[in-house]
Design a binder for this molecule. Structure first.
Ligand code: NAI
Length: 330
């Protein structure tokens, strides 16, 4: 099949070309993010391969459909950026990579917890400048602290496992409790999680229910000085509400791998220009905020699995056999 790969970085090319070594498919790589303006690049391609910040709303899908696209192969687990109802109406199949490395994301969430707790990012800069003072670097023992996990799917459970290894108590909230959860995972009402957790980590998808789940009302219920970690999706957190919480000291530490308006920022080198997102820039001024640019998934194992599963989805779609990880509209 002829596949137009959007938002293609050098690492995407490397891993996808390796997975397509037998050259079963013809891959064309486009640096551009898929939008209504760039959709014409897919003219005549059977499939479009897209990533998390590509736009797959009804207008884009209609353009793709009229130029011959029959399959959208997502290189992501999340599919909140796809108008599934429009895809179904147009007869475009949408496939995703349901699990490429839940360990990669869970481990990155833990990295944010550890770095924020002991402020290793500040210590690194200080030591390079010959400043060995410890003021401002005070952390806390993770041992016997309470960690709240919101969303106990694949990633949330691995995160819970690792944090339990530090001696933490694990409380969790999920509308569908996971039968694979180990006995130490205590499911509690969300209000109880907010009240009791020293660290809250978000591992739920972005849905209408989770959009701005962490808003002013939720933050008000949390412990003073709470640490919040978001490796889920940016819009699960109301950025203005966390800025207010940081300013008052209610939120003691904030770790973000995802951000509400990240489509305009992440995955690009913007260091030579002006960043016009004032909320984002305000976040970067807090010494107790650590932001990474949607890199939680970024391990060699994950990129290998993403590329192999994406190609396997395309094979299955073309041949009608094998496993197609299809995403259906509800
Ligand atoms: P999963 O589908 O295995 O688990 C998601 C869990 O969230 C499910 O148990 C579901 O019942 C639960 N959930 C749904 N609505 C909820 C709500 N209102 N409150 C609490 N829990 C709720 O998904 P997985 O693989 O664990 O991924 C979780 C999320 O992580 C993805 O949806 C995606 O947004 C994000 N992600 C981020 C990456 C990154 O690089 N930062 C990479 C991969 C995923």
């Amino acid at each position: 099949m002829r596949i137009a790969v959007f938002s293609a970085k050098a690492y995407d090319r490397t891993f996808l070309m390796r997975a397509n070594a037998a050259e079963r498919h013809s891959l064309s790589f486009f640096d551009a993010r898929l939008t209504v303006d760039t959709a014409p690049l897919a003219n005549g391609f059977d499939a479009v391969c897209a990533f998390v910040n590509d736009c797959l709303d009804a207008a884009v899908l209609e353009q793709l459909h009229s130029s011959g696209t029959r399959l959208v192969a997502l290189r992501s687990a999340g599919f909140n950026h796809v108008d599934l109802a429009a895809a179904e109406r147009l007869g475009i199949t949408v496939a995703r990579v349901p699990a490429y490395s839940p360990h990669a994301v869970a481990e990155h969430a833990v990295a944010l917890v550890l770095s924020l707790n002991r402020m290793t990012y500040r210590a690194y800069n200080r030591v390079r400048e010959g400043n060995f003072a410890l003021d401002g670097l005070l952390g806390f023992d993770l041992y016997e602290k309470t960690v709240g996990v919101i969303g106990t799917g694949q990633i949330g459970l691995i995160f819970a496992d690792i944090m339990h290894g530090f001696g933490c108590r694990i409380v969790a909230s999920d509308p569908l409790p996971n039968p694979d959860a180990k006995p130490f995972v205590e499911y509690v009402p969300l209000a109880t999680l907010y009240e009791s957790a020293d660290i809250i980590s978000l591992h739920c998808p972005l849905t209408t229910e989770t959009n701005h789940l962490i808003d002013a009302e939720a933050i008000a219920q949390m412990k003073d000085g709470v640490m919040i970690i978001n490796t889920g999706r940016g819009r699960v957190v109301d950025t203005q509400a966390v800025i207010t919480g940081l300013k008052s000291g209610k939120i003691g530490r904030l770790g973000l791998d995802v951000y509400e308006e990240e489509e305009q920022l992440f995955f690009e080198d913007l260091s030579h220009g002006v960043i016009n997102d004032d909320q984002f820039m305000r976040l970067t001024t807090f010494h107790n905020v650590l932001i990474t640019g949607h890199q939680a998934f970024f391990t060699a194992e994950a990129l290998t699995n993403i590329a192999e599963t994406t190609l396997a989805n395309i094979d299955a779609f073309e041949s009608g056999s094998g496993t197609l990880h299809r995403v259906n509209a509800k």
